[in-house]
Design a protein around this ligand. Structure first.
Ligand code: ARG
Length: 572
C-alpha cells in the first residue's frame, strides 16, 4: 500500500533541497479535517531560501498543483502551512482493497527480518500463589511477543521461573514435617503455602528449624537426590497450577528455564568478571562497583559463596546471547525491579559485553481495586483465578439478560471470552507504567473503553453482514470509490493507521498504542452506523461498497483484538 506521508514528502522534496527524512518527520497530521489530511510547515525552508514561509508555501503549491498525482485532491496554502487533501475515492479504493485482500494478515509485515527477539514474562515464583500482579507481566508480555511476531521478528518466549533460593530449604523442611500428599494433589499451591507459613510461625518457638533449612538448601545446592526430588516435586505441582491459568488465558512459552537453570553457570560469570578485574571484595562478598553508573555495587557472590538473584540474571544474559544471538532481550517485569535491572545491565556494560544495550526492562505499574470491589479468599492477596471467575460470572449475568434465547452452552462460552477479554483489556489499555484500578462497573461497561465494547462492535458488524447475506467473494467487483462521506473517510483513515500503530506499539513496548487505534476505529464505526443507512442504502453499488467497508472494519478490529489475546464472539 502507498505510504501517503512518504508520498507527500516525495512531492515536496522535489521542490527543495531538504532531505526526505527531514521532510517526512516534519509533516504533521492537522487536528481538524478542514485543514487537510497532511500538513507541511514551511518555517524550515525560510532560512534556506531566505524568503518568508507564507511566500514559500504559495510558490511550492503552485508548482505542485501542475503535477498533482491522482491520489491527491487538493493542496491549499494556510499561512506558512501547505495543507494536503487526499482524494477520498482513490484513498478508499487503495486502503480497502488492501484490507479485503490481506484479511487476517492486514497490519502484519516482515520489518523484523526474522531477527531474534526474546520476551521474558510471567516468571512467577514456585510454590507461591499466582496473584493479580503476576497477571500484568503475563498478559502484557504475551501481547508484546505477539506484536513483535506480527511485524516479522522471530520471538522467543521465556518464563524465568523463580525456582531457586534459600526459601526452598525452608519448604523442604516444612514439607517433611507437615506436608499432606492428598492436599498437595488437590490444591498444590495452597498446601505448599500452608506449610511454608507454618514454618515461619513455628520458627519463633523453635529456632533450630532455621539451621535445618540452611542444611536442606545446601543439600539442594549439592544436588543430593532426596532434596532435588522434593524440589522437583514442588516445581512440577506448581507448574500444573500455573499451566491451568496459562491455558485459560492462552499464554504460551518456548521454555521454562528458571533461576535454577542458570545457577550452575555462576562460576563462569564470576571467572569472567574476575579476569576483567571487575570483582572486588566487600564485607566478605564479591561485588562489582557501579559508582560510575550512579548505582550501588552489584553483589555477585554472597559471603558464604552462594549465588544471588542478580548473578543468575547475568548468567542468563550470557546464556541467551550464545543460545539465541538475540537482537533484543526484553524483560517484562514490574517497575519495583528497575534498579535491579539497571545493575545487571551496568555490570555487563562494564564488562564490555557487546549486547549491553540490547537488554530492555519493560516495567509496569501496580494493580488496585476499588474499595469493596473484591472479597479475597487469602488475606490481602487477590488470586488471578478469583479475578477471572468473578469477571466471567458478572459477564454471564449481563449476557443472560440481553439474550434470553441463547443456549446454556453458548452463554458459557460467550461469558468466558468476554469476561477474560475484559480483564486482559484492563491490563493493556493504558500506558503500562500507570497503575491499574479495577472497577467492575467500568471494565464491563458495554459502552465504555472496554473489551466488551470492542467485541460488541465487532459482533454488530458481523450481524449486519449476516443480515445482508454478505459473502466475502463479493469483494471482487466493488465500487469502493463511492465511499467519500466524512464518516466513511474517517473510518478508512483509522484502518489505514492501524499498521503504523502496530509498529509504534512494538518500538515503545506499548500495546496500548495499538489498542487505542482499534478503539478509535470502533468509535468511528458506531458513529458511521448511527448516521448512515447501510442495509437501507438505495443505490445497490453504494450498498455493496458500504458492506465491504463494514467487513473491513470487522477484519481490523478482529486483528487487533487477536494480537491482544482477546477472542471475538459472533453475538453477545
Ligand atoms: N520471579 C520474580 C518475581 O516474581 C520475577 C523474575 C523476573 N525476571 C528476571 N529475569 N529477574 O518477582
Amino acid at each position: 500500500m502507498i505510504d501517503f506521508r512518504q508520498a507527500v514528502a516525495e512531492l515536496i522534496v522535489k521542490q527543495t533541497k531538504l532531505d526526505i527524512n527531514e521532510i517526512e518527520q516534519s509533516i504533521e497530521i492537522p487536528p481538524q479535517e478542514e485543514m487537510g489530511d497532511y500538513a507541511f510547515p514551511c518555517f524550515r525552508l525560510a532560512k534556506e531560501l531566505k524568503k518568508n514561509p507564507a511566500q514559500i508555501a504559495t510558490e511550492i503549491s503552485q508548482d505542485l498543483l501542475e503535477q498533482k498525482p491522482e491520489w491527491l485532491a487538493e493542496i491549499k496554502v494556510a499561512g506558512p502551512y501547505l495543507n494536503f487533501y487526499l482524494d477520498r475515492s482513490s484513498y478508499a479504493r487503495t486502503v480497502l482493497t488492501e484490507i479485503l485482500s490481506e484479511k487476517e494478515k492486514f497490519g502484519r509485515s516482515d520489518l523484523g527480518d526474522n531477527k531474534n527477539v526474546i520476551v521474558e514474562y510471567s516468571s512467577p515464583n514456585i510454590a507461591k500463589p499466582f496473584h493479580v500482579g503476576h497477571a500484568f507481566t503475563t498478559i502484557l508480555g504475551q501481547v508484546i511477543g505477539n506484536i513483535y511476531e506480527a511485524i516479522g521478528f522471530n520471538v522467543i518466549r521465556l518464563n524465568h521461573l523463580g525456582d531457586y533460593g534459600t526459601q526452598f530449604g525452608k519448604l523442604i523442611v516444612a514439607w517433611k514435617l507437615w506436608g499432606d500428599e492428598e492436599a498437595l494433589a488437590k490444591e498444590p499451591i495452597t498446601e505448599l503455602t500452608r506449610v511454608y507459613v507454618k514454618f515461619h510461625s513455628e520458627m519463633e518457638q523453635n529456632p533450630d528449624l532455621e539451621e535445618q533449612a540452611r542444611e536442606a538448601f545446601k543439600q539442594l545446592e549439592n544436588k543430593e537426590p532426596k532434596a532435588v526430588e522434593l524440589w522437583q516435586k514442588f516445581k512440577d505441582f506448581s507448574l500444573l497450577e500455573f499451566n491451568r491459568l496459562y491455558d485459560r488465558l492462552n499464554i504460551n512459552f518456548d521454555n521454562y528455564n528458571g533461576e535454577s537453570f542458570y545457577s550452575d553457570m555462576i562460576p563462569e560469570v564470576a571467572e569472567m568478571l574476575e579476569a576483567k578485574g571487575l570483582l572486588e571484595e566487600s564485607r566478605g562478598a564479591q561485588v562489582v562497583d557501579l559508582e560510575e553508573f550512579n548505582l550501588n555495587p552489584c553483589i555477585i557472590l554472597k559471603s558464604d559463596g552462594t549465588t544471588i538473584y542478580a548473578s543468575r540474571d547475568i548468567a542468563a544474559i550470557l546464556y541467551r546471547d550464545q543460545e539465541y544471538d538475540y537482537y533484543k532481550n526484553i524483560y517484562v517485569v514490574g517497575l519495583p525491579q528497575t534498579n535491579h535491572f539497571q545493575q545487571v545491565f551496568a555490570v555487563l556494560k562494564k564488562a564490555n559485553f557487546g549486547k549491553a544495550d540490547q537488554n530492555i526492562h519493560v516495567g509496569f505499574g501496580s494493580v488496585k481495586f476499588k474499595d469493596g470491589d473484591f472479597s479475597t479468599r487469602k488475606g490481602n492477596i487477590i488470586l488471578l483465578e478469583d479475578l477471572l471467575d468473578q469477571s466471567v460470572a458478572k459477564t454471564k449475568e449481563i449476557i443472560v439478560k440481553n439474550n434470553p434465547e441463547m443456549s446454556q452452552e453458548e452463554i458459557a462460552q460467550t461469558a468466558e471470552s468476554i469476561g477474560i477479554g475484559a480483564v486482559k483489556y484492563t491490563y493493556l489499555k493504558n500506558g503500562r507504567e500507570h497503575d491499574i484500578m479495577f472497577d467492575w462497573d467500568e471494565i464491563l461497561d458495554f459502552e465504555g473503553d472496554t473489551a466488551p465494547y470492542l467485541m460488541y462492535t465487532y459482533a454488530r458488524a458481523k450481524s449486519i453482514l449476516s443480515k445482508a447475506e454478505y459473502f466475502d467473494n463479493e469483494s471482487l467487483d466493488l465500487n469502493l470509490e463511492l465511499l467519500t462521506e466524512s464518516d466513511e473517510f474517517s473510518l478508512i483513515k483509522d484502518m489505514y493507521q492501524y499498521p503504523e500503530a502496530l509498529v509504534q506499539a512494538a518500538e515503545e513496548y506499548e500495546p496500548s498504542i495499538m489498542l487505542r487505534k482499534v478503539s478509535q476505529l470502533a468509535r468511528s464505526f458506531n458513529r458511521f452506523y448511527h448516521n448512515t443507512p447501510i442495509l437501507r442504502t438505495e443505490d445497490e453499488q453504494l450498498k455493496k461498497a458500504r458492506l465491504a467497508l463494514v467487513y473491513a472494519v470487522s477484519i481490523v478490529i478482529q486483528n487487533g483484538l487477536q494480537l491482544a489475546g482477546i477472542n471475538t464472539v459472533e453475538r453477545m
